[in-house]
Design a protein around this ligand. Structure first.
Ligand SMILES: Cc1cc2nc3c(=O)[nH]c(=O)nc-3n(C[C@H](O)[C@H](O)[C@H](O)COP(=O)(O)OP(=O)(O)OC[C@H]3O[C@@H](n4cnc5c(N)ncnc54)[C@H](O)[C@@H]3O)c2cc1C
Ligand SMILES: NC(=O)c1ccc[n+]([C@@H]2O[C@H](COP(=O)([O-])OP(=O)(O)OC[C@H]3O[C@@H](n4cnc5c(N)ncnc54)[C@H](O)[C@@H]3O)[C@@H](O)[C@H]2O)c1
Length: 471
């Protein structure tokens, strides 16, 4: 870095928030020669490591393994006991390192990044206040994540409901758990606690997983209902109260009441922009970013990961972080920024190539646009679907395998713009689909991508056959 401004600042870059995203912004900028400080108010590693992805997947995995064994004759007979909930909770705790971030802090130091612990606030251009210390840098990246949204339901806040944090870090399995919210967190945690022995009621104001293809919600609902989750679609809570004995009562708009020992609220998240001092730098709480994650109206402030609201997923935030970290370093050096679509310094895939997996049973794995989204985007769309039960690899995987897949094709380009798979063990199918979408692979070329027999990937061939060969 040869810029004469450099010596006037403590750092080249200050990253606020050391979640998975902030860590990656800091790492990628450091590797390109920037002097970087990373500020963290809670645990280095953020939500994903301690209260989201890792613990929730650990809570789900044992139930998945047990059910998978139960679906294969010969193995089924060997699985005779019930799930060991304390062992599952202990395994979950091992994945969170018992909420101790010393391992991640060591990694930060080993990467050559300065860790500053405390709550950070902007107090001017490139000026960050942490405790009573003001640190300066030529660029600042916000990677502060998101907060859960608490709906405005009378009595809800006073009833001390669980957020996803309390659910993923729970030290016991409540006998009765009510869940508000039929999105990804609600579905995953309802199934996790049902598998661990809770009697679970899931209150969804619409259908489950409503942002995905319509068959996703239908198949997942049928499966979790069969597992014992009481799914109440169209149910809107109107009042909540917790009695002195701890029992929570939820009144619903149809006049019915529900009692539970804990209530989990999983009704979405909003960017964590509070108490960040945005007003001190002339910004309000509605940030927009370009594809290098530069905040609109500034030439020094970036917003990366959940905080920019583009895609609330760890992998997509880390993808943004790789682009932004290098873009920041390039700008500081005065080097060329490759910000054309699909360039080194942009997160183009955010716009139509986001992969997502819901770790329910059946799993949901999807990438790109749903058919409805592709039509809304003005594409000339053709979509094909096929049952996964008819795939040899799937029927070998589990007796009575059930699932479905769909491809969405932009007919003008004959390119795949979306794919969705629902079924046991389909999560690993999504990366092939991501490559097809991001690579804009045509349907004609896909005929030459031969799936191995007998794998679940043979669904690709059946989808192509459903689409048809050129005349
Ligand atoms: C229950 C649940 C399960 C999930 N499962 C998955 C999954 O399986 N796969 C997936 O891809 N995504 C999953 N997600 C989403 C994923 O957790 C987020 O997308 C990811 O954590 C975002 O990373 P981030 O670094 O942007 O934010 P965070 O992980 O929230 O990190 C932000 C960090 O900034 C710190 N911070 C905030 N403000 C300040 C400040 N002013 N000063 C200093 N530090 C500050 C916070 O303490 C925090 O450590 C899940 C989310 C939930 C709720
Ligand atoms: N496997 C994964 O990758 C994974 C798992 C969990 C969470 N996440 C991420 O975390 C984000 C947040 O998850 P989430 O499930 O909280 O949000 P979400 O946006 O996925 O779902 C929220 C749900 O709550 C419902 N809702 C909103 N307000 C409500 C109200 N007042 N009453 C009743 N229902 C209401 C919505 O209709 C929606 O179904 C997701 O967008 C996702 O990106 C990812």
């Amino acid at each position: 870095m040869t810029d004469p401004e450099r010596d006037a600042h403590d750092y080249d870059l200050i990253v606020i928030g050391a979640g998975a995203v902030g860590e990656n912004v800091a790492d990628y900028a450091t590797r390109r020669g920037a002097r970087v400080a990373l500020v963290e108010a809670e645990l280095v590693g953020g939500e994903c490591s301690y209260w989201a992805c890792m613990p929730s997947k650990a809570l789900l995995r044992s139930g998945h393994a047990l059910r998978a064994a139960g679906r294969v004759a010969g193995a089924r007979e060997a699985v005779t006991g019930a799930i060991d909930a304390p062992a599952v909770l202990a395994r979950r705790t091992s994945f969170t390192s018992d909420w101790d971030d010393s391992g991640q802090a060591e990694w930060v130091a080993s990467a050559g990044i300065d860790l500053i612990r405390g709550h950070a606030r902007l107090v001017g251009r490139g000026l960050v206040l942490v405790g009573d210390r003001t640190v300066s840098a030529r660029a600042v990246a916000l990677a502060t994540g998101s907060h859960p949204v608490l709906p405005d339901i009378p009595g809800l806040a006073a009833a001390a409901p669980w957020s996803t944090r309390e659910a993923t870090s729970a030290d016991h399995v409540p006998a009765r758990l009510a869940v508000i919210g039929g999105g990804v967190s609600g579905v995953e945690l309802a199934l996790a606690f049902s598998s661990l022995g809770s009697s679970v009621t899931l209150l969804a104001r619409g259908g489950l997983l409503g942002r995905e293809e319509p068959f996703v919600g239908e198949l997942v609902t049928a499966a979790i209902v069969a597992e014992g989750v009481d799914v109440r679609e169209g149910a809107t809570p109107t009042r909540v109260a917790r009695a002195p004995d701890g029992v929570v009562t939820i009144e619903l708009d149809d006049g019915s009441r529900l009692e539970a020992d804990e209530l989990l609220v999983a009704t979405g998240r909003r960017p964590a922009l509070d108490d960040l001092g945005l007003d001190a730098v002339g910004l309000d709480a509605e940030l927009a970013v370009d594809d290098t994650m530069l905040v609109t109206g500034t030439d020094w402030l970036y917003a990366v990961g959940d905080v920019n609201g583009r895609a609330l997923l760890t992998h997509q935030g880390k993808y943004q972080a790789r682009a932004a970290g290098e873009a920041i370093a390039a700008r500081l050096k005065g080097s060329r920024v490759d910000d054309a679509p699909w360039g080194q310094h942009v997160a183009t895939a955010d716009h139509g190539g986001v992969p997502r997996v819901v770790f329910s049973d059946p799993e949901v794995a999807a990438v790109g646009l749903t058919e409805a989204q592709a039509r809304e985007a003005g594409m000339e769309v053709r979509a094909v679907e096929h049952e996964l039960s008819q795939i040899a690899g799937a029927s070998l995987q589990a007796d009575g395998y059930a699932g479905r897949a769909k491809l969405v094709v932009d007919e003008r380009r004959r390119a795949v713009v979306g794919a969705t798979f629902v079924g046991q063990d389909v999560a690993e199918l999504v990366h092939a689909a991501t490559i097809a979408v991001v690579g804009e692979v045509t349907i004609d070329r896909l005929w030459h991508a031969v799936p191995a027999y007998p794998t679940i990937s043979e669904i690709w061939l059946r989808l192509l056959e459903a689409y048809g060969r050129p005349e």
